[in-house]
Design a protein around this ligand. Structure first.
Ligand code: SF4
Ligand code: MG
Length: 328
């Protein structure tokens, strides 16, 4: 079956005052329809850059330096401008970080939804578009009377749901959500996540859900890619994240960093150290300055991807072939 999203050896770099930044470094991933895949990483790990790259909405000097990005089998970077314009929002859409502040303050919610519908459906009448706008508001649980409202008249949570309504307005096969609830309080966050799950079940599109919130993503997604310094250090099913064993040391650190409720104590164990500077990456495995298992080899040689129990892990500890060589 054809994946909805296929990333093959994707790299993205941009120029900064401090030098070339390798924001995304050789990542591959497939996402199929009707699935939610999580992309987890600390800020600055390259998550948003990858999301923007998929949409071909890279900012400033950022460019795709290697690899291919296919959505529904079509290479996003081989389309001409017109094709891309049609493709974006109808086949793939994105809910940006703090998107609720991206609504146009001088237009009503209805005007903004109609704009998306009518610009892509040349044959749709205004009346049909209005009916569709009502339907979309109902899907995201907002009273359609708010179509006449301006963004500032709605709460942050409602505005974010409007943005989600716009993202799904054209029934795209892929929706990228970049920290869609981070700016909201916990209760609103919960209700929006439930809504996202509910809509996804009905519409069956694929979601790439980007977040730094490990517990949230492992709950929402069925498969998770863990990003560190521009690379996927592990790709695994989220079920397996309930146990700390058999993962990349960084994943293990993330699992341990979640508050654990044991018999009568709460323990929180963070990962010591900071994410690396992408301009000046550590040699070998970029995680080695923070890794409790790091050895000399880790400082020199970048690990390859090993397949372990359906997980893809980029770490020397899982490099079975090499271990055998060492044993003999
Ligand atoms: Fe740690 Fe070495 Fe594995 Fe990197 S390769 S995660 S430094 S053990
Ligand atoms: Mg980000």
């Amino acid at each position: 079956k054809q994946p909805v999203l296929e990333l093959e050896n994707v790299s993205v770099a941009y120029d900064s005052q401090a030098g070339m930044v390798q924001a995304v470094n050789d990542v591959s991933l497939k996402i199929y329809e009707n699935t939610i895949v999580g992309l987890i990483g600390e800020s600055g790990s390259g998550k948003s850059t990858l999301g923007n790259a998929i949409m071909r909405l890279l900012k400033n000097s950022a460019v795709l330096t290697n690899g291919t990005i296919k959505v529904n089998g079509k290479d996003v970077y081989q389309m001409d401008k017109k094709e891309l314009q049609k493709f974006r929002w109808s086949q793939m859409s994105m809910v940006f970080q703090s998107a609720m502040n991206a609504l146009n303050p001088v237009l009503t919610i209805e005007a903004q939804i109609l704009d998306v519908l009518l610009s892509h459906h040349k044959k749709m009448s205004k009346k049909e578009a209005r009916a569709k706008a009502v339907e979309l508001m109902e899907i995201v649980s907002i009273d359609p009377s708010h179509l006449k409202s301006y963004p500032h008249e709605l709460s942050g949570g409602m505005r974010q749901r409007v943005v989600i309504a716009i993202a799904i307005a054209l029934d795209p096969k892929l929706v990228i959500m970049d920290e869609p609830t981070t700016a909201l309080d916990v209760v609103v966050q919960r209700s929006i996540l439930d809504k996202i799950k509910e809509i996804q079940k009905v519409k069956k599109f694929a979601i790439l859900f980007i977040s730094h919130d490990f517990s949230l993503v492992s709950e929402l997604a069925s498969k998770v890619a863990i990003m560190y310094a521009g690379r996927f250090v592990e790709v695994t099913d989220s079920q397996s994240l309930k146990q700390a064993e058999g993962h990349h040391p960084y994943t293990q650190g993330l699992i341990h960093a979640i508050p654990h409720l044991t018999a009568d104590e709460v323990s929180i164990e963070g990962i010591p150290g900071n994410p690396p500077d992408l301009v000046d990456l550590p040699s070998g495995c970029a995680y080695h300055p923070r890794c409790p298992f790091a050895n000399e080899r880790c400082r020199i040689e970048r690990p390859a991807i090993s397949k372990v129990n359906n997980r893809e892990i980029e770490c020397h500890l899982y490099d079975v072939e090499r271990k055998e060589v060492v044993k003999s």
